[in-house]
Structures are given as C-alpha cells and as structure tokens.
Design a protein around this ligand. Sequence first.
Ligand code: SF4
Length: 132
Amino acid sequence: MVKERIELRAHHGMCLTFFEGKGYSKGFTEHMQSIYDTMKDNPELKVVIKEDIICQKCPNLHKGYCKTKELVQGYDRRVLSHCGLKENVEISWEKFSNLVIENIIVSGKRKSICGNCQWTKICESKERIFLK
Ligand code: SF4
C-alpha cells in the first residue's frame, strides 16, 4: 500500500531541525515530538505554504488558520526560495532537510528568515554547530 505524503509547511523544516521538546503547550509539544520521531523514517513529504500536520495541535490554530498566518507564510516562502523549491513540491524528508541545512542553516541565513520568531533563541544556540 502506498503511504500518503505528509504535508509539511516549509518553515517547519527549520523548526524540526532544532526541536528540543519545547512548544506552545503540552499537547502541542507531544504532538511535535511524535512528528519529529516520524521523520527518522524519512517519510515522503509535500512541502506546503498552509496549515499542516504540526499546526493541527497548535493553540495558535483558530478555525483552521494560524493566528499569525501572514508572518509564517512569509517564513514558508523564504525557505522555499532559499532551497530552490516550489510550493507543493514532493520530496523526501531527508532531501528537504538537507536542503534546509545547506542553504539556510550552514549558510547563516536562518536569522534573516525567522529571526523574529519567539523560539529564535533555541535555534540560535543550536545552529552554531552548523555554521562554517
Ligand atoms: S504557530 Fe502557526 S504555523 Fe506555527 S505551528 Fe502554530 S498554527 Fe502552525
């Protein structure tokens, strides 16, 4: 049986890279942890600019939409652009993750994409190991 592709919003490729068991609420964090664990099996993804599997348990999701929709869509568009990808691209987690690491994190672009996010300090402290 063919497994369904996981829809992942583009900027969550960065969030998953630096996830360390913290999040908006207990339910959200547990959910995010389960998705983080799923990525270890290198699932096939569809990279989207809309509410995704991670957003499903987020307290910021209101009537199906992120309360900071414009802000996070900007993050998504910039991630896709830096990785040379188009919205709705189908790709494995491993390939997508490597593109994010190479084109955004190792090249020091992360802060210019989502430096105003409330979690930026976590990423800042962890990205140092990637920076050349
Ligand atoms: S803040 Fe918005 S983009 Fe981030 S997980 Fe929550 S609903 Fe999704």
